[in-house]
Design a protein. Structure first.
Length: 317
């Protein structure tokens, strides 16, 4: 028995799947769903821009990740219970059991498309961290977390489209930015509900504040300074990701990426000027629609009038 599987087994021994034995029953993970769906996310998930032949594969991945995220964020589950449910979800993904429908559905997609479960497993690692790790010391620790919690999402979408791994560095920068934007938006709620703080402790200390400031009704000037600094760093990650849309071959995916980047830039601007503890720092549906229309129009017009790089213009005599 491998060490990893042994740990999973030991965490799950206290669950009894037989009702009426007097011991705790292992519930299906679906009952822990928060009710949040793909249309409730900050950024598009398999929107109309993505070709229909790829949407199902992306949505199957999303549903798997969504239920894992809801387990990790459930306020009434203990850390051990969260880990046990995440283990069983992974077993459904890998075919050890068929207990979790989201794992079974994603496994089918991966088999049909001959894709690795690695990206989904990386995300499960992040959710296990969420269950057990409540503080991040510095920016490097936070980026390491993002390498499991965010970067695999974009890598999976790229793999579904058959894109080159040369796109991964720009993807990783974009996905890390999106994750940190989400952390900044929800910093107060994460602390109050889960005692989880993604804001690096050294950044709080450098600004002259502490974790306790996240529990206040409004952000102090020191906390605002800290959050603005992190928003600036997220903006730098977005700039590092700028080449991604031009680097993918699929036009529809390139448009989706451009929209996501534009929405992220808008959110960074909001976080630089508003207090996430007391003010709205999310975009409404009308704003999202406006940014999407403007970005798609600009991108399509730019491609229409762009001179192909392989065309040599011969001057008229």
């Amino acid at each position: 028995m491998s060490l990893g599987f042994q740990r999973s087994y030991e965490r799950m021994r206290h669950w009894d799947t037989n009702v009426g034995t007097g011991t705790r029953v292992m519930e299906n993970a679906h009952q822990f769903r928060s009710g949040k769906g793909s249309r409730d996310e900050n950024f598009p998930v398999a929107s109309w821009l993505v070709h229909p032949r790829h949407r199902g594969a992306i949505l199957a991945f999303y549903e798997f990740v969504r239920v894992a995220d809801d387990i990790a964020d459930h306020p009434k589950l203990s850390a051990d219970d969260k880990l046990a449910h995440l283990d069983r979800l992974e077993q459904s993904l890998l075919g050890t059991n068929d207990a979790e429908p989201e794992g079974v559905a994603l496994r089918k997609v991966l088999n049909e498309r001959r894709l690795s479960p690695r990206h989904a497993q990386d995300l499960l690692r992040a959710f296990r961290m969420d269950a057990t790790k409540l503080r991040y010391q510095n920016w490097d620790e936070l980026i390491e977390y993002c390498s499991y919690s965010a970067m695999p999402v974009g890598r999976y979408v790229l793999d579904v489209h058959g894109e080159s791994r040369a796109t991964w560095p720009a993807n990783d920068a974009l996905c890390a930015a999106l994750q940190i934007i989400n952390h900044l938006q929800d910093c107060g709620e994460d602390y109050r509900s889960l005692d989880r703080v993604y804001i690096p402790l050294d950044a709080l200390d450098h600004a002259g504040t502490s974790v306790a400031a996240l529990g206040q009704p409004t952000a102090s000037p020191a906390l605002r300074q800290c959050l603005r600094h992190l928003a600036d760093r997220s903006g730098a990650l977005l700039r590092d990701s700028q080449s991604l849309s031009a680097g993918v071959n699929d036009l529809r995916l390139a448009l989706e990426i451009s929209v996501i980047q534009a929405l992220a830039r808008r959110l960074v601007g909001i976080l630089q000027t508003r207090d996430p503890l007391s003010q709205r720092v999310h975009l409404g549906k009308a704003s999202v629609a406006g940014v999407t229309f403007a970005t798609v129009t600009t991108q399509l017009l730019g491609r229409m009038f762009r001179t192909p790089t392989n065309v040599v213009r011969v001057p008229h005599e």
